[in-house]
Design a protein. Sequence first.
Lengths: 366, 223
Amino acid sequence: MSDQTLLGLEASLRSKGQIPLEIDLHCAPGEILALIGPSGSGKTTFLRSLAGLYNELEGYVRCQGRFWLNSQERICLKPEQRRVGMVFQQYALFPHLNALDNLLLAMTHLPKSDRQFRALAMLERVNLAGLENRLPHQLSGGQRQRVALARALASEPDLLLLDEPFSAVDQVTRFRLRRELARLRKQIDIPILLVTHDLDEAMQLSDRICVLHHGELLQVVSPRELMQRPVSPDVARLLGLQNIFSGRVMEVEQDSLLLDWDGCSIRIAQSASYELGQQVSWIAPPQSILLQRPDRPVQGDSENPVAGTLTELVVMGPHASVRVTPNHAPELPLSFFIPLHYVERQQLHEGMAVSLSLKVHSLHVF
Amino acid sequence: MDWQALKVSLELAFWTSFFLFPIGVFVGRALAVRQLPFRPVIQSLIFLPLVLPPTVLGYYFLVAIAPDALLGSGWFWLTGRPLAFTFEGLLMVSLIANLPFAIQPVQNSFAAIDSDVRDAARVCGLNFWQALWKVELPLAWPGLLSAFLLTFTHTLGEFGVVLMVGGNLEGETRTLSIAIYDEVQALNMTAAGQMSLLLLVLAFVSLLLVQWKTQRFADKGQR
């Protein structure tokens, strides 16, 4: 067994209870793994399983080389025996204790003389110096979140669990807290699991993203890879990606496929093997679509040209949401965003004829 | 004023509250927190003394402590004393009669604690007892205080059960509420009035204390 698997977190869990769960994953020290999925996908249950708060499980959890759970050997450590720090969704601060005492209560494993000093240092680390005597209800949402994070780290855990830690604060605070976490993580050399339903948050903060659905792990990849190469149409839909279509394989070459998309030929760079005539699903991710005016010249060849009509143009801040109906199949519109300045410069408007180019190397076949 | 009756009343009220306190904490917490099987049945049993005529409770208790019944003979074997018409017997039935007052407020206050806060205590490294002592009890204490005071006050005012089980033995089972009844029967309204006023003031003050403490706790925004 390599050191890599001995260190960090390794979990292989199956639920025995009502809530479905079937997850195998590894998280290295210092890595942030984001768990995303819709409500009820088992994200929080999985975190609670790791913390020892949900125990109707089979399988094992090993952290920093120590088994916290091993159902075969009937090992199941209590939450207080696992070295885990957890930030709850609503923070779950002890409402009768001030910020400092909230931290001190998580430090019972340290000698008494050290606690005060360390707790104060930890509060300073999360920018809360001077607020140590405030009770939770006297703190703002963002400050409470920082106390919760400081308390989770005060116990010097081997694993940090963050359960939607930014969902209960306003937008401005959320961005600031995200930035603080991104900075803080460099000083923390333990595996970090971040549960979120916010894809942006997962993209900004994590090294890898796990997509969960009905308690099952659908895909574990880097944020970039996830958006470009979702493993299944299900994952793509969970991520909110649009433009998922089906097609029939017409030609198979070494590094590309030619699909028949309801009468329009689409070439997609792909090395995996498909059979002639096979029905497949494919997706045009946002970065694969270029919009052009047919009456204005374009430089170079247009890849996968698709002629159509701009049927919807909605301005949303600095972007415009655009829907283009292809001429060959009006029932299969493509939706995507383009920058507002492009709309203005090209004088785009609803009802005009446009041409799309779908980039061969950015399209993806499932 | 029947001082001996007052002493019996206060002793009965204190020991009832004292013994029911830990029972209230653990049963109340279990009902609030844990997924108990037959929970509706348990809950109904606890509430039963609230709605039953005290005579019914007294009757079944007398049946249970009869010299040939299990509880009565067992107690006699242990202590050499009967339960019927003794202070111990009175205390025992008082414990049963006050279960709803000792459990319900505690149950409510434990139920009001965010389950994440309980979980957070364990994740922070506290074992069950530490979490109970340092997190749950401080948060639930207005409920505990209410339970103690309500039990105390209600026991002071208990009449039917006391008469059924304790009888009316001076210095042993004659409580203030029974003494009041006796004085009224004897048309001694002045004595009855003094004792009634005392019970009224005691009851009002302890209810006031409950309200005041609970209110202050809520005002401090600790919930």
